[in-house]
Design a protein around this ligand. Structure first.
Ligand SMILES: CC(C)(COP(=O)(O)OP(=O)(O)OC[C@H]1O[C@@H](n2cnc3c(N)ncnc32)[C@H](O)[C@@H]1OP(=O)(O)O)[C@@H](O)C(=O)NCCC(=O)NCCS
Length: 169
């Protein structure tokens, strides 16, 4: 049974390998300190409470209105509150089995809960180039400043009616 929990000391960070060294490094060496400093919270997917099948990191963020497409009609100078999906990675042993999508949906569900409490217009990802098509498959669209800078509005996420089996703890 897969559980989604905040990264803690019990998790085996050393064994995790998603195939991208910077994302392995972040999990092993940076994620816990970021959480301690309230700069970002990392959640891991784990079956046994020790091994890590995947992880994602969320943080509060803002994007200037002018960076969104004009169709969203934001004032250019307004800082639009969003949630940053700062990291998302799956262990290579699970690639290509639909788990990345499941992890993304769990992250989006969490972002919806954040938006319900504090207001957040969209989820934003600064995607690695080779992962851009993965996010676009689920409706993410490019912001105007960079083709790897993607957003998905909360309006769209709510329409997805996400119902994860397990609440993130
Ligand atoms: C990107 C990543 C999370 C995808 O996870 P995954 O478990 O392999 O993906 P899934 O099996 O859930 O794939 C879901 C769908 O997305 C597609 N997909 C997955 N990765 C893709 C990619 N890089 N480009 C295009 N499509 C992709 C799959 O083909 C699948 O489509 P289908 O439903 O039509 O068959 C994973 O490859 C990973 O961790 N990569 C290394 C870290 C990384 O790049 N993270 C993104 C940081 S921004």
């Amino acid at each position: 049974m897969m559980q989604y929990v905040k990264l803690n000391r019990a998790h085996n960070r050393i064994a995790f390998d998603c195939g991208v060294e910077s994302l392995n490094h972040f999990l092993k060496n940076v994620a816990r300190e970021e959480a301690d400093r309230d700069l970002g919270v990392t959640y891991v997917a784990t079956r046994d409470g020790v091994s890590i099948s995947g992880y994602y990191t969320l943080a509060s963020y803002s994007v200037q209105g002018e960076v969104f497409p004009p169709s969203l009609k934001f004032s250019a100078t307004r800082a639009i509150p969003v949630t940053l999906l700062g990291k998302l990675a799956v262990d290579t042993s699970l690639h290509g089995q639909g788990f990345g999508a499941q992890l993304l949906f769990q992250a989006l569900y969490d972002c919806q809960r954040v938006a319900d409490i504090a207001g957040s217009n969209a989820v934003v990802v600064d995607a690695l180039k080779n992962a851009v098509p993965f996010y676009k498959k689920y409706g993410f669209l490019p912001l105007t400043d960079n083709e790897s800078h993607l957003y998905l509005t909360l309006k769209t996420i709510r329409k997805m009616q996400l119902r994860p089996t397990y609440e993130t703890q």
